[in-house]
Design a binder for this molecule. Structure first.
Ligand code: ADP
Length: 267
């Protein structure tokens, strides 16, 4: 805390009062510290692919280009790194848009059951390669929620693709829909490696990754869940993780119902 004192006193007269202004500098310092860390992280995340590209381009220039096998392979590396930088910059732009004060979502009322089924259908095609099966616990009867469909799609795409990335071959991914009081809950569970307890609260932070090297090799930017959290909060919902290290991970998402549907039961 920072305190400033001013004495209220007429010239040579008696002291009439004392004004104390107290500022919470710790909060200000914390925000400033976070801002500095964020800039350092962004710089580092951009420098890594740039350094890789530079060395591969140099190798190409030094003769690798003429090599039938190395040439295309090195070009492919630079292409992948470029794509990663584009993903990163797009994620950063989206975060800065969300951070701006006038950020607004365009809401629509949707039937969440068929919405979830459509998303899973799309993932089931990709999941075939890894022999991953989806276990759907989704209501047949229509349940309506007011959401920004493209944003919710983005959140679910991110959570489900994480579940797939960290799933073992032949694993199960369960997508469950529950009604909890005035909220709809969507829970996505995988049978992957799980997340150590001390990391669980941090995975929604910008650039946090449990295992940096591994996360990078699977192509992540470390911003997916940070964006997901911002988007869910903008829906007046919540997102959190439940995980047992070595056993699997569940991401829970709640969204408010568009009308009053009380009670708590499995749909
Ligand atoms: P990334 O782009 O690295 O996937 P995210 O923000 O989506 O970034 O996730 C942050 C980190 O949380 C990941 O790097 C990973 O360490 C961890 N994580 C997310 N989902 C899972 C999951 N289903 N199982 C295990 N770890 C996960």
């Amino acid at each position: 805390l920072e305190a400033k004192f001013s004495v209220i006193q007429e010239e040579n007269g008696p002291i009439n009062g004392l004004i104390t202004v107290v500022h919470d500098v710790t909060e200000k310092q914390k925000i400033e510290q976070e801002r500095r860390e964020f800039v350092a992280n962004v710089s580092h995340e951009l420098r890594t692919p740039l350094t890789t590209m530079k060395s591969y381009l140099e190798a190409l220039e030094d003769g690798a280009m003429k090599d039938k096998e190395l040439g295309p392979r090195f070009l492919n590396v630079t292409q992948n790194e470029t794509e990663r930088m584009i993903r990163l910059v797009n994620d950063l732009l989206q975060l800065s848009k969300i951070d701006s004060l006038d950020y607004q979502l365009s809401f629509e009322i949707i039937n969440i059951g068929s919405f979830l089924n459509d998303i899973i259908d799309r993932f089931e095609m990709i999941a075939l390669d890894k022999k991953i099966r989806f276990n759907r616990k989704i209501a047949n009867s229509p349940v309506y929620v007011k959401v920004a469909p493209d944003k919710l799609t983005q959140v679910l795409d991110n959570v489900i693709s994480n579940a797939m990335k960290y799933s073992p071959e032949g694993g199960d991914i369960k997508v469950q829909m529950l009604q909890r009081g005035e909220h709809l809950q969507i829970s996505i569970s995988d049978q992957g490696m799980g997340i150590p307890r001390e990391s669980q609260a941090k995975i929604f932070d910008r650039f946090y990754r449990v295992d940096k090297a591994r996360a990078r090799s699977v192509g992540g930017t470390g911003l997916g869940l940070a964006i997901a959290r911002e988007l869910i909060l903008a829906h007046n919902g919540d997102i959190w993780v439940e995980s047992e290290y070595g056993k699997g991970t569940t991401i829970h998402i709640t969204l408010p119902f568009s009308n009053d549907q009380e009670g708590e039961h499995e749909l």
